[in-house]
Design a protein around this ligand. Sequence first.
Ligand code: DGI
Ligand code: FE
Ligand code: FE
Ligand code: FE
Length: 187
Amino acid sequence: MKREEMIESVRSQMPEKRWNHTLGVMETAVRLAERYGADPAKAELASILHDVCKYWRVDEQARIIRENGLPQDLLEYDKELWHAHAGAWIAREQYGVSDEEVLDAIRYHTSGRVRMTLLDKVVCLADYMEPGRDFPGVHNIRQNAEHSLEKALITGFDGTIRFLLDKGKRIYPLTFEARNGLIRELE
Ligand code: DGI
Ligand code: FE
Ligand code: FE
Ligand code: FE
């Protein structure tokens, strides 16, 4: 599918606010890719599709996970995690994306994972810090991103973990593994 066609298709599946977020992630991911040596075209493609099914009904997201052999344990954790794995499946099946690096960056953009690739890091961090984001701590993430992808992402995951603790929610193990892995990389 051509870039413009994909953009129109994704845009039509979300409210304008979420589309503006997607534009912010695209722009930020390309900039981070150029800065840190990832492939900007892959970063942009993953960004376009990263939240493609965020506004699909959750039972539809769950169905995709159940019926296509995606990790079933996701269904025991927060629904916010589902759109990332379901989105990677949709990227392949409906948008014809076959690049595993791009699919992984979509798949792990919410939870992270152990041994995140450069592209995983760029997309996940762009999602945290795009210009439209406004949450306590986003300023620190942006500052850290000036000199370290890993430090910036750790700051992001720390904030998410704190937020989930405060809400009394379960935390998906990959998020801990991602944070542990990033800290190890900095040692
Ligand atoms: O889809 P976005 O809003 O752009 O951002 P995202 O895909 O990073 O989703 C973030 C939300 O997911 C955030 O509100 C926290 C929530 N969440 C729920 N459980 C977990 C989780 N995030 C992580 N990293 N790990 C979890 O276990
Ligand atoms: Fe997302
Ligand atoms: Fe995220
Ligand atoms: Fe997002």
